[in-house]
Design a protein around this ligand. Structure first.
Ligand SMILES: [Zn+2]
Length: 76
């Protein structure tokens, strides 16, 4: 079963909208454009990743899969 979740979600700087970051060993992301430093988790939180997932599409895919399963078992 395949659900469309983006492999790679682009994180953008909350300050300047750049997506160029370097992340050090302490998981601190430094924006290459404005030098803003944020912990990686904080950066992810700032980007509202959950909002970026297309839940409508996921629901549609699930409905399709369920239909297929029922058909396979002789359901109508
Ligand atoms: Zn920045």
């Amino acid at each position: 079963m395949k659900i469309n979740i983006p492999d790679k979600i682009t994180l953008t700087c909350p300050s300047c909208d750049s997506d160029l970051f370097s992340i050090d060993n302490n998981e601190i992301a430094t924006c290459s454009t404005c030098n803003l430093q944020l912990h990686k988790d904080e950066l992810i939180e700032q980007n509202n990743i959950a909002d970026k997932l297309d839940t409508t599409q996921i629901a549609k895919d699930l409905a399709q899969e369920i239909k297929k399963i029922f058909k396979g078992n002789g359901w109508k």
